[in-house]
Design a protein around this ligand. Sequence first.
Ligand SMILES: [Zn+2]
Length: 86
Amino acid sequence: MSVPKHRKTHSKTRMGRSHEALKTVKPNACPKCGAPKKPHIVCKECGTYKGKQVIKTKADVLAKRDAKRKAAETKQREKMSKLKNK
Ligand SMILES: [Zn+2]
């Protein structure tokens, strides 16, 4: 491994560090839902990237869960009504 010949001055260190600050990323509008999103990242609101559905959103998961619960409830109700008729 090479060893530096001269010590780096505080000034040179600080001059180099002036370029290390993180820049803020300007959000873009999602082409599908219009919500602000970071560029090159999946939209959290609708779960799309480049016009394709990539991830499930919370709303999708909740809707599927509710549908499943409703189906189970109706099945249970039918079962109970059959037992009552006997
Ligand atoms: Zn979106």
